[in-house]
Ligand binder design. Structure first.
Ligand code: HEC
Length: 289
């Protein structure tokens, strides 16, 4: 591990103010605040912390750091005019339209409609688990005798980029219908706020307490809106990646062992963090540095 990684601990500034969510750590149980209370507290916290989009307006919080950095935003807007993921969306459309060996297709699994973003992540009460869009794609493939796709990059991101593209403008509306679902949400919340790894950081250390501050050439984005824009094309990757790929990368930055893509932990974390974007628009795929 390079020395620069250690320097993070010193650079990340902890502000005194904190978001009023019972996070399951310290002396409050995660169950002490409801999802609706969490959402309200989270929004209020970020609106107060970042009143300005860098150009005198109000941030939309839906485009990562570009929501608060005017210069970076104008560069990013130029990139989005000829998006680097355009051909990948086209590849995804081709996948959607190509039948499986048994003659069926994705359309048969998804009611004929690729614009599925608004339905995921979803609580499956029969199996008592969170189902993400990527998981649903692979379950569709396996039910039709096809091999599952890899969860972090490659064809999965092509197909989900197309599905996200077709879903642009849909509102995030993650439902937590009952106590079992709430337990999964609270687990995701505890994982989000729990400190881990050799640097003893939580997700919130960077994306709640330190959002807008700079760490090694990056400005830390706000947790609010983190669920809307996937998959993401990153210049650093030279490719599209899923949310779980990104979360694995962040866990490595925390010097923690990354949770497995589409394992229970990351599905629960996605459930929590996407819920925290409820009411915002899905706007994937998107591009990032
Ligand atoms: C040491 C600081 C740090 C920690 C801790 C951290 N991240 Fe990140 N994260 C970053 C940096 C730096 C980036 C890239 C700049 C940005 O968009 O914030 C990033 C990016 C992201 C993004 C992409 C945002 C976008 O708009 O593209 C998400 C989502 C994210 N992190 C979630 C998490 C989650 C969930 C955790 C906990 C598992 C976590 N991060 C822990 C530093 C951190």
């Amino acid at each position: 591990m390079k020395m620069t990684k250690y320097a993070l601990a010193a650079v990340v500034a902890f502000s005194a103010s904190s978001v009023a969510i019972a996070d399951g750590h310290g002396n409050k149980k995660a169950t002490d605040t409801s999802p609706a209370e969490d959402l309200a507290a989270y929004r209020a916290y970020f609106e107060k912390r970042h009143p300005d989009d860098g150009a005198g307006g109000k941030p939309d919080f839906s485009n990562g750091v570009y929501s608060i950095l005017a210069d970076a935003r104008s560069q990013w807007e130029n990139t989005e005019e000829f998006p680097p993921y355009e051909d990948m969306v086209a590849k995804g459309e081709e996948m959607w339209n190509t039948p499986f060996k048994n003659g069926k297709s994705y359309a048969d699994c998804f009611g004929g409609d690729p614009a599925q973003r608004k339905n995921y992540p979803m609580w499956d009460d029969k199996r008592k688990m969170v189902v993400t869009m990527e998981l649903a794609v692979n379950e569709c493939r396996e039910a039709n005798g096809e091999k599952p796709l890899k969860y972090k990059k490659g064809d999965m991101t092509r197909l989900t980029a197309y599905m996200a593209y077709e879903s642009r403008g849909q509102k995030v509306n993650v439902q937590i219908p009952n106590d079992d679902a709430l337990a999964a949400y609270n687990n995701g919340k505890e994982l989000y706020f729990g400190r881990r790894g050799q640097l003893n950081f939580s997700c919130a250390s960077c994306h709640v307490q330190s959002s807008g501050t700079r760490v090694r050439g990056d400005t830390l984005s706000m947790g609010l809106g983190h669920g809307t824009g996937w998959p993401v094309y990153r210049q650093k990757w030279g490719d599209l990646g899923t949310l779980h790929r990104r979360l694995g990368g962040c866990m490595k930055q925390m010097r923690a062992k990354p949770f497995k893509a589409q394992g229970e932990e990351l599905r629960n974390m996605e459930y929590f963090l996407t819920h925290m974007s409820n009411g915002m628009e899905f706007n994937g795929p998107s591009s990032r540095k």
